[in-house]
Design a protein around this ligand. Structure first.
Ligand SMILES: C[S@@+](CC[C@H](N)C(=O)[O-])C[C@H]1O[C@@H](n2cnc3c(N)ncnc32)[C@H](O)[C@@H]1O
Ligand code: SF4
Length: 375
Protein backbone atom coordinates (compact mmCIF):
# COMPACT_ATOMS: atom_id res chain seq x y z
CA UNK A 1 0.00 0.00 0.00
CA UNK A 2 1.21 3.54 -0.78
CA UNK A 3 0.99 6.57 1.51
CA UNK A 4 -0.97 8.51 -1.08
CA UNK A 5 -3.76 5.90 -0.98
CA UNK A 6 -4.21 6.72 2.72
CA UNK A 7 -4.54 10.50 2.56
CA UNK A 8 -7.18 12.76 1.14
CA UNK A 9 -7.79 16.47 0.83
CA UNK A 10 -10.66 18.19 2.60
CA UNK A 11 -11.58 21.80 2.01
CA UNK A 12 -11.33 23.08 5.59
CA UNK A 13 -8.92 20.54 7.03
CA UNK A 14 -6.32 20.32 4.25
CA UNK A 15 -4.52 16.98 3.96
CA UNK A 16 -5.99 14.28 6.19
CA UNK A 17 -4.51 10.87 7.06
CA UNK A 18 -7.19 8.21 7.03
CA UNK A 19 -7.14 4.62 8.10
CA UNK A 20 -10.13 3.22 6.27
CA UNK A 21 -10.97 -0.37 7.07
CA UNK A 22 -7.42 -1.57 6.84
CA UNK A 23 -7.68 -5.31 7.36
CA UNK A 24 -4.93 -7.54 8.60
CA UNK A 25 -4.41 -8.94 5.11
CA UNK A 26 -3.39 -5.43 3.99
CA UNK A 27 -0.56 -5.38 6.46
CA UNK A 28 2.75 -6.39 5.04
CA UNK A 29 5.50 -7.16 7.46
CA UNK A 30 4.26 -4.99 10.33
CA UNK A 31 7.22 -3.46 12.13
CA UNK A 32 6.54 -3.52 15.85
CA UNK A 33 10.02 -2.80 17.09
CA UNK A 34 12.09 0.23 16.38
CA UNK A 35 15.73 -0.60 15.73
CA UNK A 36 18.06 0.14 18.67
CA UNK A 37 15.23 1.65 20.75
CA UNK A 38 12.44 -0.82 21.47
CA UNK A 39 12.63 -3.35 24.25
CA UNK A 40 13.75 -6.75 22.96
CA UNK A 41 15.29 -9.92 24.34
CA UNK A 42 18.67 -8.23 24.66
CA UNK A 43 17.11 -5.37 26.66
CA UNK A 44 15.67 -7.91 29.08
CA UNK A 45 19.15 -9.45 29.40
CA UNK A 46 20.68 -6.03 30.08
CA UNK A 47 18.12 -5.34 32.82
CA UNK A 48 18.69 -8.76 34.37
CA UNK A 49 22.45 -8.15 34.23
CA UNK A 50 22.06 -4.77 35.99
CA UNK A 51 19.91 -6.21 38.74
CA UNK A 52 22.50 -8.91 39.27
CA UNK A 53 25.26 -6.29 39.27
CA UNK A 54 23.47 -4.44 42.04
CA UNK A 55 22.86 -7.59 44.02
CA UNK A 56 26.31 -9.17 43.74
CA UNK A 57 28.38 -6.02 43.34
CA UNK A 58 30.44 -7.69 40.63
CA UNK A 59 31.24 -6.40 37.13
CA UNK A 60 29.85 -3.24 35.55
CA UNK A 61 26.46 -1.85 34.62
CA UNK A 62 25.41 -2.26 30.97
CA UNK A 63 23.21 0.00 28.85
CA UNK A 64 21.37 -0.36 25.55
CA UNK A 65 21.45 3.30 24.54
CA UNK A 66 22.25 6.81 25.72
CA UNK A 67 20.16 9.91 25.17
CA UNK A 68 22.49 12.79 24.41
CA UNK A 69 20.40 15.93 24.75
CA UNK A 70 21.63 19.03 22.90
CA UNK A 71 20.95 22.77 23.18
CA UNK A 72 19.48 22.83 19.68
CA UNK A 73 16.91 25.44 18.77
CA UNK A 74 13.61 24.54 17.15
CA UNK A 75 11.62 25.61 14.11
CA UNK A 76 8.28 24.70 15.76
CA UNK A 77 6.50 25.61 18.99
CA UNK A 78 4.46 22.46 19.64
CA UNK A 79 1.97 22.90 22.45
CA UNK A 80 3.10 21.13 25.61
CA UNK A 81 6.59 20.25 24.25
CA UNK A 82 8.19 18.46 27.18
CA UNK A 83 11.48 20.34 26.77
CA UNK A 84 9.62 23.68 26.97
CA UNK A 85 10.28 24.93 23.43
CA UNK A 86 6.78 26.42 23.12
CA UNK A 87 7.09 28.44 26.31
CA UNK A 88 10.61 29.80 25.80
CA UNK A 89 11.34 28.20 29.14
CA UNK A 90 13.63 25.27 28.57
CA UNK A 91 14.33 22.53 31.11
CA UNK A 92 17.15 23.80 33.33
CA UNK A 93 19.58 21.02 32.37
CA UNK A 94 19.38 22.03 28.68
CA UNK A 95 21.12 25.26 29.66
CA UNK A 96 24.66 24.70 28.46
CA UNK A 97 26.82 24.81 25.33
CA UNK A 98 27.14 22.07 22.71
CA UNK A 99 29.62 19.43 23.83
CA UNK A 100 33.16 20.12 22.67
CA UNK A 101 34.63 17.38 20.48
CA UNK A 102 36.85 16.08 23.32
CA UNK A 103 33.84 15.92 25.64
CA UNK A 104 31.80 14.10 23.07
CA UNK A 105 34.63 11.66 22.39
CA UNK A 106 34.83 10.90 26.12
CA UNK A 107 31.04 10.33 26.34
CA UNK A 108 31.00 8.09 23.27
CA UNK A 109 34.08 6.16 24.39
CA UNK A 110 32.56 5.40 27.80
CA UNK A 111 29.19 4.65 26.22
CA UNK A 112 30.85 1.98 24.06
CA UNK A 113 32.58 0.50 27.12
CA UNK A 114 29.26 0.08 28.94
CA UNK A 115 27.70 -1.71 26.00
CA UNK A 116 25.73 1.17 24.45
CA UNK A 117 24.60 0.32 20.93
CA UNK A 118 23.07 3.63 19.90
CA UNK A 119 22.82 7.32 20.66
CA UNK A 120 19.33 8.75 20.79
CA UNK A 121 18.61 12.36 19.88
CA UNK A 122 15.40 13.37 21.66
CA UNK A 123 15.85 17.15 21.80
CA UNK A 124 15.81 19.64 23.30
CA UNK A 125 14.90 21.13 19.92
CA UNK A 126 15.15 20.05 16.31
CA UNK A 127 18.52 18.47 15.44
CA UNK A 128 18.43 19.60 11.82
CA UNK A 129 18.29 23.31 12.73
CA UNK A 130 21.93 22.89 13.80
CA UNK A 131 24.53 23.44 11.12
CA UNK A 132 26.85 20.80 12.59
CA UNK A 133 24.15 18.11 12.79
CA UNK A 134 25.62 15.94 10.03
CA UNK A 135 29.17 16.14 11.43
CA UNK A 136 27.76 15.20 14.82
CA UNK A 137 25.97 12.18 13.36
CA UNK A 138 29.09 11.07 11.50
CA UNK A 139 31.15 11.27 14.68
CA UNK A 140 28.68 8.94 16.40
CA UNK A 141 28.52 6.52 13.47
CA UNK A 142 32.33 6.63 13.32
CA UNK A 143 32.38 5.08 16.80
CA UNK A 144 30.45 2.12 15.48
CA UNK A 145 27.30 3.27 17.26
CA UNK A 146 23.79 3.29 15.83
CA UNK A 147 21.51 6.27 16.05
CA UNK A 148 17.85 7.05 16.57
CA UNK A 149 16.71 10.58 15.80
CA UNK A 150 13.46 12.11 16.98
CA UNK A 151 12.65 14.75 14.37
CA UNK A 152 9.72 16.84 13.26
CA UNK A 153 10.76 15.85 9.75
CA UNK A 154 10.41 19.33 8.30
CA UNK A 155 13.97 20.25 7.40
CA UNK A 156 15.35 17.23 5.57
CA UNK A 157 15.83 17.24 1.80
CA UNK A 158 15.52 13.93 -0.05
CA UNK A 159 19.31 13.83 -0.43
CA UNK A 160 19.69 14.23 3.34
CA UNK A 161 17.14 11.49 4.03
CA UNK A 162 19.16 9.22 1.73
CA UNK A 163 22.31 10.18 3.67
CA UNK A 164 20.61 9.28 6.94
CA UNK A 165 19.31 6.01 5.48
CA UNK A 166 22.80 5.07 4.22
CA UNK A 167 23.96 5.22 7.85
CA UNK A 168 21.23 2.85 9.07
CA UNK A 169 19.76 5.54 11.30
CA UNK A 170 16.23 5.14 12.64
CA UNK A 171 13.89 8.14 12.48
CA UNK A 172 10.91 8.87 14.72
CA UNK A 173 8.93 11.55 12.95
CA UNK A 174 6.56 13.54 15.15
CA UNK A 175 3.11 14.81 14.30
CA UNK A 176 0.44 16.27 16.57
CA UNK A 177 -2.68 15.32 14.65
CA UNK A 178 -3.70 13.44 11.50
CA UNK A 179 -5.44 16.54 10.13
CA UNK A 180 -3.25 19.19 8.54
CA UNK A 181 -5.12 22.20 9.93
CA UNK A 182 -5.09 20.82 13.48
CA UNK A 183 -1.44 19.73 13.33
CA UNK A 184 -0.36 23.13 12.00
CA UNK A 185 -2.24 24.91 14.72
CA UNK A 186 -0.67 22.75 17.43
CA UNK A 187 2.90 23.11 16.16
CA UNK A 188 2.45 26.79 15.36
CA UNK A 189 3.77 26.43 11.80
CA UNK A 190 2.33 25.26 8.43
CA UNK A 191 4.52 22.15 8.51
CA UNK A 192 2.23 19.12 8.15
CA UNK A 193 3.00 18.56 4.47
CA UNK A 194 6.75 18.77 5.09
CA UNK A 195 6.53 16.05 7.75
CA UNK A 196 4.37 13.91 5.48
CA UNK A 197 6.79 14.36 2.58
CA UNK A 198 9.65 13.10 4.76
CA UNK A 199 7.60 10.10 5.87
CA UNK A 200 6.86 9.33 2.21
CA UNK A 201 10.51 9.54 1.22
CA UNK A 202 11.57 7.29 4.14
CA UNK A 203 8.96 4.77 2.97
CA UNK A 204 10.21 5.00 -0.60
CA UNK A 205 13.72 4.15 0.65
CA UNK A 206 12.33 1.16 2.56
CA UNK A 207 13.36 2.27 6.06
CA UNK A 208 10.17 0.71 7.47
CA UNK A 209 11.24 -2.77 6.36
CA UNK A 210 14.21 -2.56 8.68
CA UNK A 211 12.28 -1.18 11.70
CA UNK A 212 13.84 2.24 11.18
CA UNK A 213 10.76 4.36 10.74
CA UNK A 214 8.27 5.41 13.39
CA UNK A 215 5.63 8.10 13.49
CA UNK A 216 5.14 9.61 16.92
CA UNK A 217 2.05 11.35 18.25
CA UNK A 218 1.36 12.36 21.86
CA UNK A 219 -2.28 11.66 22.64
CA UNK A 220 -4.89 13.98 24.11
CA UNK A 221 -8.65 13.79 24.39
CA UNK A 222 -8.75 15.86 21.19
CA UNK A 223 -6.82 13.49 18.90
CA UNK A 224 -7.38 10.09 20.58
CA UNK A 225 -10.09 8.98 18.16
CA UNK A 226 -7.95 9.79 15.17
CA UNK A 227 -4.96 8.07 16.79
CA UNK A 228 -7.15 4.97 17.02
CA UNK A 229 -9.03 5.03 13.74
CA UNK A 230 -6.57 6.76 11.43
CA UNK A 231 -2.98 6.87 12.60
CA UNK A 232 -2.79 3.31 13.91
CA UNK A 233 -4.20 1.58 10.78
CA UNK A 234 -2.22 3.99 8.57
CA UNK A 235 1.03 2.97 10.27
CA UNK A 236 0.17 -0.73 10.27
CA UNK A 237 -0.74 -0.66 6.58
CA UNK A 238 2.57 0.94 5.68
CA UNK A 239 4.82 -1.00 8.06
CA UNK A 240 5.65 2.11 10.13
CA UNK A 241 6.11 1.63 13.88
CA UNK A 242 3.23 3.55 15.52
CA UNK A 243 4.84 5.54 18.33
CA UNK A 244 1.55 6.65 19.84
CA UNK A 245 2.18 7.73 23.39
CA UNK A 246 0.77 9.38 26.46
CA UNK A 247 1.42 13.07 26.82
CA UNK A 248 4.33 13.85 29.17
CA UNK A 249 3.06 16.56 31.44
CA UNK A 250 6.21 18.08 32.85
CA UNK A 251 6.13 21.32 30.81
CA UNK A 252 2.41 21.64 30.25
CA UNK A 253 0.18 24.56 31.24
CA UNK A 254 -3.06 23.99 33.18
CA UNK A 255 -4.98 24.40 29.95
CA UNK A 256 -2.85 21.77 28.19
CA UNK A 257 -3.25 19.39 31.11
CA UNK A 258 -7.00 19.70 30.85
CA UNK A 259 -6.91 17.91 27.46
CA UNK A 260 -4.45 15.19 28.56
CA UNK A 261 -5.66 11.80 29.74
CA UNK A 262 -6.27 11.12 33.37
CA UNK A 263 -5.57 7.58 34.61
CA UNK A 264 -9.08 6.34 33.83
CA UNK A 265 -9.05 7.70 30.31
CA UNK A 266 -5.54 6.37 29.66
CA UNK A 267 -6.78 2.93 30.70
CA UNK A 268 -9.67 3.10 28.27
CA UNK A 269 -7.43 4.43 25.51
CA UNK A 270 -4.84 1.65 25.71
CA UNK A 271 -7.55 -0.98 25.81
CA UNK A 272 -9.14 0.46 22.67
CA UNK A 273 -5.76 0.63 20.90
CA UNK A 274 -5.06 -3.02 21.75
CA UNK A 275 -8.52 -4.00 20.47
CA UNK A 276 -8.00 -2.08 17.21
CA UNK A 277 -4.61 -3.71 16.73
CA UNK A 278 -6.19 -7.12 17.34
CA UNK A 279 -8.62 -6.35 14.49
CA UNK A 280 -5.56 -5.62 12.36
CA UNK A 281 -4.01 -8.95 13.33
CA UNK A 282 -1.51 -7.62 15.88
CA UNK A 283 -1.91 -8.92 19.38
CA UNK A 284 -0.64 -7.22 22.53
CA UNK A 285 -2.05 -6.22 25.91
CA UNK A 286 -1.34 -3.06 27.83
CA UNK A 287 0.51 -3.72 31.07
CA UNK A 288 0.97 -1.68 34.19
CA UNK A 289 3.24 1.24 33.24
CA UNK A 290 2.79 1.06 29.44
CA UNK A 291 3.06 4.58 28.02
CA UNK A 292 3.32 3.77 24.31
CA UNK A 293 1.04 1.43 22.47
CA UNK A 294 2.37 -2.04 21.73
CA UNK A 295 5.30 -1.48 24.12
CA UNK A 296 5.85 -2.93 27.58
CA UNK A 297 6.03 -1.06 30.85
CA UNK A 298 8.43 1.87 30.75
CA UNK A 299 11.66 0.75 32.45
CA UNK A 300 14.11 2.97 30.62
CA UNK A 301 16.26 3.81 33.68
CA UNK A 302 17.17 0.12 33.93
CA UNK A 303 18.84 0.06 30.51
CA UNK A 304 19.64 3.62 29.44
CA UNK A 305 20.86 6.95 30.76
CA UNK A 306 20.75 10.56 29.62
CA UNK A 307 23.37 13.27 29.31
CA UNK A 308 22.43 16.95 29.24
CA UNK A 309 24.29 20.05 27.95
CA UNK A 310 24.85 21.35 31.50
CA UNK A 311 26.74 18.10 32.19
CA UNK A 312 24.00 16.43 34.21
CA UNK A 313 23.76 12.66 33.85
CA UNK A 314 20.26 11.46 34.75
CA UNK A 315 18.09 8.34 34.58
CA UNK A 316 15.84 9.39 31.67
CA UNK A 317 14.74 12.56 29.85
CA UNK A 318 11.32 12.58 31.51
CA UNK A 319 11.94 11.57 35.07
CA UNK A 320 15.40 12.96 35.63
CA UNK A 321 16.86 11.57 38.82
CA UNK A 322 20.38 12.96 38.81
CA UNK A 323 23.35 10.58 38.94
CA UNK A 324 26.08 13.21 38.72
CA UNK A 325 27.60 15.91 36.56
CA UNK A 326 30.31 15.53 33.93
CA UNK A 327 32.01 18.71 35.12
CA UNK A 328 32.60 17.09 38.48
CA UNK A 329 33.17 13.43 37.69
CA UNK A 330 33.96 11.32 34.61
CA UNK A 331 31.01 9.46 33.11
CA UNK A 332 32.58 6.10 33.85
CA UNK A 333 32.59 6.84 37.58
CA UNK A 334 29.10 8.33 37.55
CA UNK A 335 27.66 5.19 35.95
CA UNK A 336 29.40 3.01 38.49
CA UNK A 337 28.11 5.07 41.43
CA UNK A 338 25.88 4.31 44.38
CA UNK A 339 23.23 6.70 42.86
CA UNK A 340 22.85 4.41 39.87
CA UNK A 341 22.83 1.30 42.06
CA UNK A 342 20.07 2.83 44.14
CA UNK A 343 17.88 3.64 41.12
CA UNK A 344 18.34 0.06 39.90
CA UNK A 345 17.79 -1.46 43.32
CA UNK A 346 14.70 0.54 44.19
CA UNK A 347 13.34 0.69 40.66
CA UNK A 348 9.70 1.53 40.51
CA UNK A 349 7.36 2.81 37.88
CA UNK A 350 8.08 6.54 37.37
CA UNK A 351 5.06 8.79 37.75
CA UNK A 352 6.34 11.34 35.20
CA UNK A 353 3.29 11.04 33.00
CA UNK A 354 0.02 9.15 32.98
CA UNK A 355 0.56 5.49 32.25
CA UNK A 356 -1.61 2.45 31.88
CA UNK A 357 -2.94 1.05 35.15
CA UNK A 358 -5.27 -1.95 35.43
CA UNK A 359 -7.35 -0.26 38.13
CA UNK A 360 -7.37 2.80 40.38
CA UNK A 361 -5.68 0.84 43.13
CA UNK A 362 -2.56 0.60 40.93
CA UNK A 363 -2.13 4.37 40.65
CA UNK A 364 1.07 5.19 42.56
CA UNK A 365 0.49 6.68 46.00
CA UNK A 366 3.14 9.33 45.44
CA UNK A 367 2.50 11.45 42.37
CA UNK A 368 4.14 14.72 41.40
CA UNK A 369 1.86 17.73 41.99
CA UNK A 370 0.99 18.10 38.32
CA UNK A 371 -0.52 14.60 38.25
CA UNK A 372 -2.33 14.65 41.59
CA UNK A 373 -5.51 16.00 40.02
CA UNK A 374 -5.53 13.20 37.44
CA UNK A 375 -5.94 10.46 39.99
C1 LIG B 1 11.21 17.07 22.28
S1 LIG B 1 11.05 16.38 20.68
C2 LIG B 1 12.63 16.74 19.95
C3 LIG B 1 12.80 16.20 18.56
C4 LIG B 1 12.01 16.86 17.47
N1 LIG B 1 11.99 18.25 17.56
C5 LIG B 1 10.61 16.29 17.36
O1 LIG B 1 9.65 17.00 17.55
O2 LIG B 1 10.50 15.11 17.04
C6 LIG B 1 11.21 14.61 20.98
C7 LIG B 1 9.92 13.87 20.98
O3 LIG B 1 9.17 14.24 22.11
C8 LIG B 1 7.83 14.33 21.73
N2 LIG B 1 7.16 15.20 22.68
C9 LIG B 1 7.31 16.51 22.87
N3 LIG B 1 6.57 16.93 23.87
C10 LIG B 1 5.90 15.86 24.34
C11 LIG B 1 4.99 15.65 25.39
N4 LIG B 1 4.60 16.64 26.17
N5 LIG B 1 4.53 14.39 25.58
C12 LIG B 1 4.93 13.36 24.82
N6 LIG B 1 5.81 13.51 23.82
C13 LIG B 1 6.28 14.74 23.59
C14 LIG B 1 7.88 14.89 20.34
O4 LIG B 1 6.65 14.73 19.65
C15 LIG B 1 9.01 14.10 19.77
O5 LIG B 1 8.55 12.87 19.29
S1 SF4 C 1 9.38 20.15 17.11
FE1 SF4 C 1 10.05 18.86 18.80
S2 SF4 C 1 11.35 20.16 20.07
FE2 SF4 C 1 10.28 21.49 18.63
S3 SF4 C 1 8.55 22.20 19.78
FE3 SF4 C 1 7.90 20.40 18.66
S4 SF4 C 1 8.22 18.66 20.05
FE4 SF4 C 1 9.34 20.41 20.86
Amino acid sequence: MQLKELIKFKKDDGIVIRGPNVQSKAIINPARHLKYYSVNKETEEIMAHNLKWVKNGEGDPRFQFVYIMLPTSCNQVCRGCFTGQDKSKLLANLDGPFFRNEELEAILGTAKQVGVQAVIYAGGGELFTWKSAFDYIDRIIGHGLGMVIFTNGTLLSNAEIAWVNDRNIALIISIRDTIEAKHNQLVGRPHFRLALKTIEECLRLGMQGDGRLAVEMPVTINNENRALNDLLPFCRALGIVPWIEEFIQISTSNEEQSVCHDFGRAREFFQKMAAKDAELGIVWSPEHGTRMIDQPQCRRPLYSFTVYPNGDVVDCPSHSRKYGNLKEEPLERILDSERVREVFRLFEYCPCSVFYTDGDEQIPLALPDYLEELR
